[in-house]
Design a protein around this ligand. Sequence first.
Ligand code: ADP
Ligand code: MG
Length: 617
Amino acid sequence: MVIFALQITLILTDIIHLLPDNIANQIAAGEVIQRPGSAVKELLENAVDANADEIKLIINDAGKALVQVIDNGKGMSETDARLAFERHATSKIKNIDDLFRIKTMGFRGEALASIAAVAQVELKTKRADDPTGTFVEIENSRVIKQEPVAFNKGTSIAMKNLFFNVPARRNFLKSNTAELRNIMDEFIRVAMAFPDIFFSLQSNGQEVFHLEKGSFKQRIVQILGNSYNAKLVSVHEETDYLNITGFVGKPETAKKTRGDQYLFVNNRFIKSAYLNHAIMNAFSEMIPKDSFPMYALFIDLDPAQLDINVHPTKQEIKFEDDKIVYAFVQSAVKHALAQFSITPTLDFELDPNIERLSALSNPVTEAQRASTASSSLFQTFSQKGQAHLIEKSDNLKHWKDFYEAPKTDNASTIEQQKQFEPLHKTYASEQPVMQLHQSNILIQDAEGFLLIHQQNAHERILYERYSAALSGKSIPIQQSLFPATIDLSASDAVLLTEMLDDMKELGYQLEPFGNNTFVIQGTPGDVDHGNEKTAIEKIIEQYKHFSSELKYSKREKLLRSMAIQNAIKPGKILTQKEMQSLVSDLFECEITNVTPNGKPTYLSFKKDEMDKMFGRG
Ligand code: ADP
Ligand code: MG
């Protein structure tokens, strides 16, 4: 009987309970604070919202040990300093209508609560007119200490040991290089939008960015590097509905990776594939298909025309009418490019009238497309940056030197490729070769003929040459008599630093010179004089392209990047000697028939089969 009663109680017990605040906050933090960079974004935005004009970011151990933001903004009262860490505590909105009048970066009142749930936090803050400031220490969402403190006007928030209490999430953090890059991305996205605020970023005691107040253009150059100086086209259009200001890079600055593209709506960095498409369209005739122009554009419009509250980190937004914005952005960029007489499609005038805007988004006609593609301007752009053929005159092979037997002693690194590996080719005698469409090489062999893809073949050759160099076979280096320097953006400098040792073995002797500058002491013998900088920039670009490929080691990424970047491209006219050397080098490779990425280097056509096709077989 007693047992029976007990069972009843168990069944009837309610099972739902409210989570304690610290757990609820930890769960909510999953959305807002995913990695050190997310805290950087939130803390910087809070400092901007506090009207600071000086904001310093301090990072230790890629933000895993410390993320601290110090500002000279309006500070907080003693009570607010404590309240700020409660969930849904915000000074920025009062009611739901305010959501559509947002002028601040924050408004959800979640960031500080989230940070306090997953890290140890120390806050110091003081308003200008208060005699003393307030110090608050929080851990696991609980205030451990609160006391008066001497402090200047402003706020300092230090977030220590992120995820110290959520080990599973701490383990998910990436390498320091990856987290630091993410931090720099977030830092740049805020710093770019507010050129009248001083920003600095210090990482492990070293100042990585020091951005004095200045014009928007100066800010871009400070952040993205001096190479953009004199290469920016100003975009500026104002209408009743929206304004757009900012800069796009001249077409020649377009890169192979999507790096330098920034779009802001009401000063907020956003990601929008749709608007990116509009900008790419405006550039479409001026840059090669697979390259990306630089842009930093600011769209300003009535907050009522926007919904920023569709994403926890507010990187995606919804426009009331996104077609208008699309048409506007596209025509503003086209207009800017046209004014600098960079675009040949000068076929419109920008007009604030929305009806006319839609007409502007019509695609250009085929005729326009054709005439643009054949213009010398376009050709210049599309041929820019093509590497030169590497002359290997010292061991130039003749056809007769091609050997017949496959190598047996060399184990292939890539098993899969080996399966398809045909015999090395034999050639009867020295013979002329022919270049077709400036991209393929036609040669005869014993059984028929081969069509060699010049770029693919060269990629294979370079890849093997560089691999050999990394395993100790030296590469001829040309020392620079008057060493040039190369200025990089801070994040590119981090990447290059990561690659320095391996690059050295590959013939690039680069020395850090402070301030994201490197001195080029020497380059591989095959890099054309005057081309050193471009060659290095391209390797970095290509390396970034591979940076998400987890399956490759750092070295492998570098090898592939260099092979791809330095390979001759279609469109390069080759001499007989160059072609013969290319073919001979190809068939000396360990693997001859595919590029490192698995594209065929040549196609083989058999005479027998051809005879059959001609009805003679
Ligand atoms: P939100 O920014 O969405 O309001 P947060 O959790 O980021 O939410 O911040 C909560 C509140 O704390 C803010 O609304 C603001 O009043 C105050 N606050 C945060 N950071 C600062 C700062 N650096 N200076 C002054 N006040 C701040
Ligand atoms: Mg905030």
